[in-house]
Ligand binder design. Structure first.
Ligand SMILES: Nc1ncnc2c1ncn2[C@@H]1O[C@H](COP(=O)(O)OP(=O)(O)OP(=O)(O)O)[C@@H](O)[C@H]1O
Ligand SMILES: [Mg+2]
Length: 270
């Protein structure tokens, strides 16, 4: 289970120098910090797919990066399986498989080497990691890619490799930042099937969190949805619950209502 409570994160936003760009002047009133996340809280149970839904810049990636221990929160708590991410990051990370939005593969290594290397970092034997790479490749329909260097891989091929790498140590918690970005319809379906299976007791009753912009994906896959807007959790529940809460029959309409409720009507409709 994953528990996130009142996390916040601010980034310094250094201004570019305007020197050399005639006509461009710096507005003194503009803030020098970006409040990427102000107050996000939610719980993601085991055997459950939790969708993190929010507009561009809402703070989804920042929240997931804090969960993966990649950046420290300014405030709040992130707990994975009872382990506090800030004070025990290595232990927490061992319980998580993380697919970040940048993918970050080693281009000079083959797909197999990328996957096995990560398994080794997680304490697996080379044989166990290789066997796991093989079976994950089958599940993700990328067996023929395994021994190619990842340099030059297409977006979808990189995504599959990064996903296999995230799952190599069979983590109980799976955190995916827009995993279907760049995937074609068949690969998206395969991923959906895999996630559905991983959620079942036979698949390990994994705790799965994924962020997306795609409403159909949420409707088809998620057991519950957390809506994030302007760095805050603004709603959480099942799709039917969110429809009832907004008195909408269409989930896209419900999402727009929830995500842009605090904005002026003219902004919300733009
Ligand atoms: N390293 C950083 N430095 C400065 N600002 C940042 C940094 N990372 C994120 N931000 C800002 O924080 C806000 C939240 O960004 P984040 O990437 O978390 O949004 P998101 O919900 O994942 O959006 P998207 O749907 O576009 O992926 C944005 O305004 C972004 O510009
Ligand atoms: Mg993002």
């Amino acid at each position: 289970m994953i528990r996130i409570e009142h996390v916040a994160k601010q980034f310094a936003a250094p201004r570019t120098k305007t020197k050399g760009l005639p006509g461009l002047t710096l507005k003194r009133s503009e803030p020098r910090f970006v409040q990427a996340v102000s107050d996000v809280s939610f719980t993601a149970p085991d055997g459950h797919i939790t969708g993190l839904l929010g507009p561009n810049g809402a703070g989804k990636t920042t929240t997931l990066r804090m969960l993966a221990g990649l950046i420290a929160p300014d405030a709040g708590t992130l707990v994975v399986n009872g382990i506090d991410v800030v004070s025990r990051p290595r232990e927490a990370l061992a319980k998580m498989g993380v697919l970040s939005d940048s993918r970050g593969l080693y281009p000079r290594l083959s797909a197999r080497e990328n996957i096995v290397y990560y398994g080794r970092l997680q304490g697996m034997s080379a044989e166990a990691a290789d066997a796991r790479a093989q079976s994950l490749a089958q599940m993700l329909e990328m067996s023929e890619l395994l021994d190619r260097r990842t340099e030059g891989f297409s977006q979808g091929e990189r995504m599959k490799t990064a996903l296999a790498r995230a799952l190599v140590h069979d983590p109980a918690h799976i955190i995916l930042d827009e995993p279907t970005n760049g995937l074609d319809v068949l690969a998206t379906r395969a991923l959906r099937e895999s996630l559905r299976w991983l959620r079942t007791p036979a698949g390990g009753a994994k705790c799965i969190i994924f962020s997306t912009h795609i409403m159909q994906e949420v409707e088809k896959l998620c057991d519950s949805v957390v809506v994030v807007s302007h760095g805050r959790t603004v709603a959480a529940g099942t799709v039917p619950e969110l429809l009832a809460q907004t008195q909408e029959s269409d989930f896209e309409e419900a999402f727009v209502k929830l995500a842009f409720a605090a904005e002026a009507p003219e902004t919300a409709h733009r």
